[in-house]
Design a protein. Structure first.
Length: 438
């Protein structure tokens, strides 16, 4: 990082303590421009615009930081056609930064990019829209507190790659529920419990939605914020109301996100209210009456299954587990295609990109696409020539993003080696041996 004056360093400390103070941040940007630190000034002006999108001083500072002349005092005239920015492929983009023309016409640039973008991929992306979070306040009196979402058509076929996960779901969970005659013959109840575990950002929630689509069932997603309450007894009541809502809307997939928070080991829980909430969860999983949970399919997800209360893993509750690992090559290709589907890209080799991103989670891949888009955007802003996102941007971004799942595997390795009672984590052991991490 370049050396800064004591004043700039003091202002940075003040901005860190008051990140919402727009005038203070703009003053810091002014000093950075005066000191020749334009890239840092661009970053500060961008944050200021996030807090105050219509601030004229923030806009003027952004233009100055990117090298453009200050905005004229009189209303700018529409530039002639010859001044419209030229859109060039990445290979032909100028290598030497040039100051953008006076009165840069961003609308003309956007119109030109719109004519270039369509022929990006051979096939149209098939990945569905990203799932949205459940809207809930945790108040049982609120009719919208736990709203069951209707089936939205998401199926396991929409999950890119991950064939092993799909096969396990089909064999251990879905096949018995799809065959009512065989289920009746063998006395199989129309209920089930499945625990999804693995590193964060690998699509456990999306898989749960796909299971709901396969069953043609509603989807109800619950997290710890929807259940826990500061008043004694309210958390247990909230847990009961969650299951009552799922029973009324059966068939329904009830998804318990972050199960290690909702069902933490009671032996490690000092607060009696939390222990009572876990007890209530166990009661609801068993069903108050015989057949009470008929048509309610309970799925749960956690990053740390070893912190989940052992009673939740008892047969008849969440007795089946499924390890959800970082996406394989076909899944990575599908995820990259999804996150690049509406961006101006050109010459993207998804197969090559999927090969060099082995080990990255779905969240890591989304961040990679964001970082590549940011590189191209800043380059276009500095040169005044809008260009497409190319393989160079994506490959450079991939080289700077480490797999976020590495710390998780470091912890999971110890569990797999020393706490694999009854073969509970055999799938994890197999994967670690395959990757030579064990």
């Amino acid at each position: 990082m370049p050396d800064h004056s004591p004043l700039i360093q003091s202002l940075r400390t003040a901005v860190a303590g008051a990140p919402d103070d727009v005038p203070l941040r703009l003053h810091l940007a002014e000093l950075l421009i005066a000191g020749g630190h334009h890239d840092e000034a661009v970053a500060e002006a961008a944050v200021a615009l996030q807090h105050a999108p219509g601030d004229p001083q923030a806009r003027e500072l952004m233009v100055r930081a990117m090298g453009a002349p200050e905005a004229p005092q009189t209303p700018p005239q529409t530039p002639p056609q010859s001044q419209a920015p030229q859109v060039l492929p990445e290979s032909q983009a100028p290598q030497v930064p040039q100051a953008p023309p006076t009165g840069f016409n961003w609308q003309a640039a956007e119109d030109q990019v719109g004519d270039v973008v369509p022929p990006r991929f051979v096939e149209a992306p098939q990945t569905p829209e990203a799932p949205q979070a459940a809207d809930g306040t945790g108040d049982p009196g609120n009719a919208l507190a736990w709203e069951v979402e209707a089936p939205d058509g998401v199926r396991l076929a929409d999950v890119g790659g991950m064939q092993d996960v799909k096969d396990r779901l089909e064999a251990a969970f879905l096949a018995p529920l799809r065959n009512p005659e065989l289920r009746k013959l063998y006395g199989k109840s129309l209920r089930g419990g499945l625990l999804l575990y693995g590193p964060p950002g690998c699509g456990k929630t999306f898989i749960a939605r796909a299971v709901a689509g396969e069953l043609g069932a509603g989807f109800l997603s619950i997290s710890v914020n929807d259940v826990l309450d500061m008043w004694m007894g309210n958390s247990e009541r909230n847990m009961h109301e969650v299951f009552a809502t799922a029973r009324r809307q059966a068939p329904c997939v009830l998804f318990l996100d972050e199960l290690d928070a909702l069902g933490a080991k009671r032996s490690r829980t000092a607060h009696s209210g939390m222990r009572n909430t876990v007890n209530q969860l166990l009661t609801e999983l068993d069903g108050i009456d015989a057949g009470a949970n008929e048509g309610v399919f309970v799925l749960a997800a956690t990053n740390v299954p070893w912190d989940v209360d052992n009673a939740l893993r008892r047969p008849g509750r969440l007795d089946r587990t499924l390890l959800v690992l970082p996406p394989d090559a076909p899944a990575r290709e599908a995820i990259l295609r999804y996150h690049l589907r509406e961006r101006p890209v050109a010459g993207i080799d998804l197969r090559k990109l999927a090969k060099v991103t082995d080990g990255l989670s779905g969240a890591d891949l989304a961040h990679l696409c964001e970082a590549a888009a940011e590189r191209a955007l800043l380059d276009s802003a500095r040169t005044g020539t809008v260009r497409m996102i190319g393989m160079t941007d994506l490959m450079d971004a991939a080289a700077t993003i480490p797999p976020s799942s590495d710390p998780w595997f470091a912890s999971a390795r110890n569990v797999a080696m020393f706490a694999n009672e009854g073969g509970m984590y055999d799938d994890l052991v197999t994967y670690l041996k395959k990757k030579r991490k064990l």
